[in-house]
Structures are given as structure tokens and as C-alpha cells.
Design a protein around this ligand. Structure first.
Ligand SMILES: [Zn+2]
Length: 316
């Protein structure tokens, strides 16, 4: 065991128990594939010891009090079902999986704030960035990235940046922080595309004006375009704030092999993105949560590459 590893991985066993209907792209194999990528990047796996009460309190900072009990109740049904939208197929284990992802996220924040690592990666499944205040959406149930940012704020970070490079716009996260200046939201994504939001003129409102930044990219973007957009976005962040902590919605569905994304990013592109984020963070804690990425071997390779870039280890 390498106690000095700069990178921790947090994976909750319940996250494999969410089993959408056969043929759904957000399938349990994704978790093992992503976890293998983290292992190859040298991540040390940490224990997750977060109880229900704390996990649900963290969910309640971001979501309507109705959402968690409604999901728990729906998962007790006996027939295959969807929840809130046709994309969100659920199984008996979905609620525990969604809560397991929140547990892993909170354990990651704890580890960072205890100085156990500089970067923590959360194998969050189901993903979270489309989840809205009152409604699940786009394979997402609880918004892990928003929950992480709120936890960091509650624990003393005056300013937090959320960087979302999933190929889909992180509409749930943007909505949650849209009117706030304490959490900067940056998203680089394909546009127009699901879920429809994320135009360049969505820049935040009220006190939050200037604290949301979107880089909408045309279909087919490869490494240079995608990485340049992340780089420009990070410069935008640094122009208005100096984050005490960083949350990354790390989705890998912009990969050229992804069946959903329609982009041409390579694993090398994700490594470059990791390096850029590490450079912007300048030693401040970074929590990366898994979002999309639906081709399993590309997911392993992409997680490996991104995390190697983040911790500056390079890939063998
Ligand atoms: Zn996505």
C-alpha cells in the first residue's frame, strides 16, 4: 500500500446494483471498467464509511425533499420501470446505487479535507449532472457534483469551481448554481445536443452573473478543439475567482469510440484536460466524479489517461 499516493479512488459496492433495462447504455460494467482505469493510474482505494443520515442530508442540500423518498419507493416496485423520464430505467438496486454514489462522493471530500490525497476520484454510478432539483433526468438521479460542491462550501471552501467536460451539458448542476457567485460552473459540451441547454449566452443570473460559463462545440470536435475550450474556460474561472477546491464532472462520452457522443476526443485529449485542471488548481484539492462514457474499453483508457494527467504521473 502506498500511503503517499496523490490519488484516492472511492467506489461504493452498491453502485453496481443499479441495473437498467437490458441494452441501456448506462450499464453496470461501466463501473468495473472505470475502476480499472483508476487502478492503472495508480489510485489507492479508500474505505467509504458514510451513513444514510449524512448521505441524505447532503442530497437534501441540492434536491427537493421529495426526490429521495420517491426514488426509494419506486425501487420497491416489482416490475421494470422508469423514473421521472423514459431514459431513467430503474431496478431494485437503483436507490442504493444512487445513494452509494453520494456516499463515495462525501468520502472523497472527507479524504481531501483530511489531507489524505490531493486528488480523489469517485466511481459514481449512476451519474449525476443532469439531475434537477425535483426530478431525475438523463440517466442521473442525485447530482453528485453539486452535492460535492455544496459539501465543500459547508466545510469551509469559500469558492468552488465545477468543471464539467462530459459531452452533454451539465444542466442540473448549472441550474443549481446559476444565481450564485460562490460556485463557478464551467461546461464544455456538444451543442446543440441533449439536454438542449448550454448555449454560450447562459452565463449565470443575479449575483451569479459571470459565474457560469459554457463552451458549446459542434459535433465531431477532436482533441485540439475540446482541449482548447477547456483551457479557455479555466482562464475564465481564474479571471473571476480563485477556487479553494475543484469538482470535476468527468464524463468520457466525448471519446471517439463512444456510441452516444459524436465527438472525436482521444484518451490523450483527456490526459491533456487532466493536466490543465491540475495546473489551474495549483495544489488545491480536486474531486473528480464519474459522469458519462459508454464504451467500456474506451472508458478504462480514458479514466486512466485523465487521472494520469491530473496527478502528473504520465502513462506507462
Ligand atoms: Zn454525457
Amino acid at each position: 500500500m502506498r500511503a503517499t499516493s496523490p490519488l484516492l479512488a472511492l467506489v461504493h459496492q452498491d453502485c453496481a446494483g443499479h441495473q437498467p433495462i437490458w441494452g441501456h447504455p448506462e450499464r453496470p460494467e461501466r463501473l468495473a471498467a472505470a475502476r480499472e482505469g483508476a487502478r492503472r493510474a495508480g489510485a489507492r482505494e479508500a474505505e467509504i464509511d458514510i451513513d444514510d443520515v449524512r448521505a441524505l442530508a447532503a442530497v437534501a442540500r441540492v434536491h427537493h425533499p421529495d426526490l429521495a423518498p420517491r426514488l426509494a419507493s419506486a425501487c420497491r416496485g416489482t416490475t421494470p420501470a422508469t423514473f421521472d423520464c423514459a431514459d431513467n430505467s430503474i431496478s431494485a438496486g437503483t436507490y442504493n446505487a444512487a445513494l452509494g454514489a453520494v456516499r463515495a462522493t462525501l468520502a472523497g471530500v472527507d479524504a481531501l479535507l483530511a489531507g489524505q490525497a490531493r486528488c480523489a476520484w469517485v466511481g459514481a454510478r449512476p451519474p449525476g449532472h443532469h439531475a434537477l432539483h425535483r426530478r431525475a433526468m438523463g440517466f442521473c438521479f442525485f447530482n453528485n457534483a453539486a452535492i460535492a460542491a455544496e459539501e465543500l462550501r459547508a466545510r469551509g471552501a469559500a469558492s468552488v469551481a465545477v468543471v464539467d467536460f462530459d459531452v452533454h451539458h451539465g444542466n442540473g448542476t448549472q441550474d443549481h448554481f446559476f444565481a450564485r457567485s460562490d460556485v463557478f460552473f464551467l461546461s464544455v459540451h456538444r451543442y446543440p445536443f441533449y439536454p438542449g441547454s448550454g448555449a454560450g449566452d447562459e452565463i449565470g443570473g443575479g449575483e451569479g452573473r459571470g459565474f457560469t460559463r459554457n463552451y458549446p462545440l459542434a459535433a465531431g470536435a477532436g482533441d485540439d478543439i475540446y482541449v482548447a475550450a477547456v483551457e479557455a474556460g479555466l482562464e475564465d474561472v481564474m479571471r473571476v475567482t480563485r477556487p479553494d477546491a475543484w469538482v470535476v464532472s468527468a464524463g468520457f462520452d466525448a471519446h471517439v469510440a463512444d456510441p452516444l457522443g459524436g465527438m472525436n476526443v482521444s484518451s490523450n485529449g483527456f490526459e491533456r484536460i487532466g493536466k490543465l485542471i491540475a495546473s489551474a488548481a495549483a495544489g488545491k484539492p480536486i474531486l473528480a466524479v464519474l459522469e458519462g462514457g459508454y464504451q467500456v474499453s474506451a472508458l478504462t483508457e480514458s479514466v486512466h489517461a485523465f487521472l494520469s494527467g491530473l496527478v502528473g504521473s504520465g502513462r506507462a
